[in-house]
Design a protein around this ligand. Structure first.
Ligand SMILES: Nc1ncnc2c1ncn2[C@@H]1O[C@H](COP(=O)(O)OP(=O)(O)OP(=O)(O)O)[C@@H](O)[C@H]1O
Ligand SMILES: [Mg+2]
Length: 262
């Protein structure tokens, strides 16, 4: 097994609301290995998005730490940390319409991470990279001047993927990347992510509800239940011989739903 790219150690997160302090993550320990596709599954509210957002620096953990290639990630991100993180960990969100700036063209959306990079590439290099990444996600340079509302849902998600990848991060977190899309384009986006993962030896953290998709795409699975990791393992083993009672019921619920829909 390859060495961990990311080590999550004793991570806790509680949100302070007026009445209570709901615990979203409760002492999470998890390694993400270089080059693997790790699926993070669990019922709604189990803490999947919170974990992804903490890894991407968009949320602050209450306690615990995250190590990236052995280096402790900051608890609270400064602007400089975000710039640095663009080469480490990036995230693709569920709803591309709300994650893209509606006032920016695709060109502007894809240029921004490059303009913020320490290398500050010149315009020729920016245009080259924008064109390259549009091609990598199955779009063309003709899409560069469009606004998000001038694209289909699938095309918008392709732009979201290109934006996340343009600084070539090592880890890509995909939070339910296809659940807001029409069924007809879901498989295309999954296959695109798998192709890019192979081509660039990316590490993928795949947050998903759909267990049949998880079975299809992932090397390993981590199961989150009420903010705790209750089981991790190779995908085939988890699906064929789940250990934890919650994993069994999750698989059973998925199986029953599929039978119901058939
Ligand atoms: N900003 C917030 N303020 C207060 N509570 C929050 C906040 N964000 C998340 N939570 C709570 O933390 C818990 C975990 O939420 P999270 O969004 O991580 O779940 P999830 O597993 O991604 O769910 P889903 O599958 O529905 O997307 C939930 O109880 C949620 O209500
Ligand atoms: Mg979520």
């Amino acid at each position: 097994m390859t060495k961990p790219l990311v080590c999550i150690k004793n991570l806790c997160k509680s949100f302070s609301t007026k009445k209570q302090k709901p615990v979203a993550l409760d002492n999470v320990n998890l390694d993400i290995h270089e080059g693997e596709i790790l699926a993070l599954v669990g019922e709604s509210g189990s803490g999947k998005t919170t974990l992804g957002r903490i890894l991407a620096g968009l949320e602050q953990a209450t306690s615990g730490k995250v190590l990236f290639q052995g280096e402790v990630q900051p608890l609270h991100y400064t602007t400089n940390d975000f710039r640095k993180n663009a080469e480490r960990i990036q995230m693709v969100f569920q709803d591309p319409m709300s994650s893209l700036n509606p006032r920016w063209t695709v060109q502007e959306t894809l240029s921004e991470p490059l303009l913020l990079s320490p290398e500050k590439p010149d315009n020729t290099e920016i245009n080259r990279l924008v064109k390259h990444w549009l091609q990598q996600v199955g779009l063309t340079e003709h899409h560069a001047q469009r606004y998000p509302f001038e694209l289909s849902g699938g095309q918008r998600q392709r732009v979201g993927i290109a934006r996340a990848l343009i600084r070539e991060p090592k880890l890509l977190i995909c939070d339910e990347p296809i659940s807001a899309l029409d069924v007809s384009v879901q498989a295309q986006i999954i296959n695109l992510l798998l192709d890019i993962q192979k081509k660039y030896s990316l590490t993928l953290l795949f947050i998903a509800h759909d267990l049949s998709m998880v079975e299809y795409v992932s090397d390993r699975v981590a199961v989150l239940y009420h903010g705790k990791i209750v089981e991790t393992g190779e995908t085939r083993r988890v699906f064929d011989h789940p250990w934890h009672i919650y994993t069994k019921s999750l698989l059973h619920a998925n199986h029953s739903l599929r039978k119901f829909l058939e």
